[in-house]
Design a binder for this molecule. Structure first.
Ligand SMILES: Cc1cc2nc3c(=O)[nH]c(=O)nc-3n(C[C@H](O)[C@H](O)[C@H](O)COP(=O)(O)OP(=O)(O)OC[C@H]3O[C@@H](n4cnc5c(N)ncnc54)[C@H](O)[C@@H]3O)c2cc1C
Length: 414
C-alpha cells in the first residue's frame, strides 16, 4: 500500500466525536473508512455521551484566534449535520458566564474583548449586577457579580448526536464495527495493521486487518494503544447531577441559558466551577462541576461520591432557591482526558508514519467535533493546516499539567 494516493484505506479506532467526525470527513473526501468501537455507539463509558455538552466561544482568551474560528466553523457544520439527522440535537439558548472578576488580562475579560471586537451581530452582552438580578431572578446573584451573555452559545445533545452521526456515516458507506476492541497496532513500510478482538456471541477472536493509515481516537484509553502519548495524559473523574422539580418553568430555554459560575478568590484562583443547562428534553436539568476531579483509571467505577453529591446539593440550594424542594433523579461520572496544556493532540504518533492520534479532549472537545474531523483529514492529505500546527505534539507532553485557574488562558510553549 502506498501513502499519498488519492483514495486511501483508513481505520479509525474509537467512535467518540473525534473518531466519527474524522471518519465522516475522510469518507466525504473519497477514502475508504472503517471505524472500530470497543463498545456500542455511543459507548456509555466514552466522554462523547450523556445528554448535553455546551457549545460556547467564551473563555479561550489568549488562544481566541484558534478556538473561536474552529468553534464557529463547527457550529455551521453541526447545523448542516443536524439537517440530515432525524432528531434535533443543537440548541441555542445562549451561554451565561457569571463571575466576580472582570478586568483586563483575566480570561473572561480577554475572551469578551476579543469577541466584542468581532461581534457583528451584537450577540455579546455584559450584564451588570442589577441587570443580572432582573434578567435571571431564578439565580441568587451575589453583589459583586456580573455576567457575560452570548446569544450565540448553547448546547449539543451529545449522546444523541453521536448516535445520529454514526447512522449518517454508515449510510454514506463507512464500515462501522461495534463491540470490536483494537488490541494492538503495527506498522511496516508498506502498511499499518490492527489487531481486533470482536466479541461474537461471547467467544472472542483476534483478527488482523491491513490499512494505509490508522487514526487513533480512543480518548481516555489512548494509553493502551500508544503509551508514549497516553502516559502523559491524565484521566479525571467529572461528576454531575440531574434534577427534577415542580418548579422548572423558570428553567426553560427562553428563561435560562447554559450557565456557569466561576468565583475567583483574592489570589486570582478559581474557587469552584459549577455549570449547568436549562430544562432538557429528558425533563430534568443538569448541574456539573468543571474543576479537575480525581485522577482515575478509565475503566474504574465512576459512581459519584458522597462529597460531590453534598457539594452539588449545597450549591444548588444556595444558588437556585426555587430548587430547595427538588429531587436528584440521578447522578453520574464521566472522564476528561487532559493534556498538560489542555489543548488537543492532533498529530502523527511519535516514530510512526502511518498512525495518527486525535485525542486529549481535555474537557472541552465535543463542541469542536466537526472541525476536528476536518483538521485531521487535512493533515492526512498533506493539505495546509489552518491552525499552523497548534495541536501538534512538539514538546507539549513534557510540561507539567495546568491547574484549573490556568485553563483557557494558557499559552502553549510551541
Ligand atoms: C462530564 C463531561 C462534561 C463535558 N462537557 C463538555 C462540554 O460542555 N462541551 C464540550 O465541548 N466538551 C465537553 N466535554 C469534553 C468532551 O466530551 C470530550 O472532549 C470529547 O467527547 C472527547 O471525544 P473523543 O472522541 O476524544 O473521546 P470519547 O468520546 O471518549 O471516544 C473514544 C472512544 O474510543 C473507544 N475506544 C477506546 N479504546 C478503544 C479500542 N482500543 N478499540 C476500540 N474502541 C476504543 C471508546 O469506547 C470510546 O467510545 C465534557 C466531558 C465530560 C466527561
Amino acid at each position: 500500500m502506498t501513502l499519498n494516493k488519492q483514495k486511501m484505506k483508513i481505520a479509525v479506532v474509537g467512535a467518540g466525536i473525534f473518531g466519527l467526525s474524522t471518519a465522516y470527513e475522510l469518507q466525504n473526501r473519497g477514502h475508504s473508512v472503517s471505524v472500530f468501537e470497543k463498545g456500542i455507539i455511543p459507548n456509555p463509558m466514552a466522554s462523547s455521551t450523556d445528554v448535553s455538552k455546551a457549545i460556547r466561544r467564551t473563555s479561550y482568551a489568549s488562544n481566541n484566534n484558534v478556538y473561536v474560528n474552529l468553534v464557529e466553523q463547527s457550529a455551521l457544520k453541526w447545523k448542516e449535520w443536524e439537517s440530515k439527522f432525524t432528531n434535533k440535537i443543537y440548541h441555542q439558548p445562549g451561554t451565561l458566564i457569571i463571575s466576580n472578576q472582570f478586568e483586563p488580562k483575566t480570561p473572561l475579560y480577554e475572551s469578551w474583548r476579543f469577541l466584542k471586537e468581532n461581534d457583528q451581530n451584537e450577540d455579546i452582552l455584559i450584564l451588570d449586577n442589577a441587570e443580572l438580578h432582573t434578567t435571571f431572578p431564578q439565580i441568587k446573584i451575589n453583589n459583586d457579580e456580573i455576567a457575560i451573555y452570548d446569544k450565540w452559545g448553547g448546547y449539543i445533545e451529545s449522546g444523541l448526536a453521536v448516535k445520529e452521526l454514526s447512522i449518517l456515516i454508515k449510510s454514506k458507506g463507512v464500515q462501522i464495527y461495534e463491540n470490536s476492541e483494537v488490541k494492538g497496532i503495527e506498522e511496516s513500510n508498506e502498511s499499518a495493521y490492527l489487531y481486533i478482538e470482536s466479541d461474537q456471541r461471547h467467544s472472542s477472536s483476534l483478527t488482523k486487518m491491513e490499512f494505509d493509515l490508522i487514526v487513533v481516537a480512543s480518548g481516555a484509553w489512548t494509553n493502551a494503544l500508544l503509551p508514549n502519548i497516553g502516559s502523559k495524559l491524565t484521566v479525571t473523574l467529572q461528576q454531575m447531577i440531574f434534577v427534577d422539580s415542580s418548579n422548572l418553568s423558570s428553567f426553560v430555554h427562553e428563561k435560562l441559558p447554559v450557565w456557569s459560575m466561576n468565583p475567583i478568590d483574592s489570589k486570582n484562583e478559581l474557587i469552584s466551577e459549577w455549570y449547568g443547562f436549562p430544562l432538557l428534553r429528558e425533563g430534568y436539568i443538569k448541574i456539573a462541576n468543571d474543576s479537575r476531579g480525581q485522577i482515575i483509571d478509565p475503566n474504574a467505577d465512576r459512581s459519584p461520591n458522597k462529597e460531590f453529591l453534598k457539594n452539588a446539593t449545597d450549591f444548588m440550594h444556595e444558588r437556585f432557591p426555587l430548587l430547595v424542594e427538588s429531587q436528584i433523579v440521578s447522578a453520574k461520572g464521566c472522564v476528561y482526558t487532559n493534556t498538560p496544556d489542555d489543548h488537543f493532540i492532533l498529530d502523527w504518533a511519535p516514530t510512526c508514519s502511518r498512525t495518527f492520534v486525535a485525542s486529549g479532549g481535555s474537557g472541552h472537545g465535543f463542541k469542536f467535533g466537526p472541525s476536528i474531523g476536518k483538521l485531521v483529514t487535512d493533515v492526512l492529505e498533506h493539505k495546509e493546516d489552518e491552525t499552523n500546527g497548534f495541536f501538534k505534539i512538539k514538546n507539549r507532553l513534557n510540561q507539567t499539567h495546568n491547574n484549573d485557574s490556568e485553563r483557557g488562558f494558557a499559552i502553549p510553549s510551541h
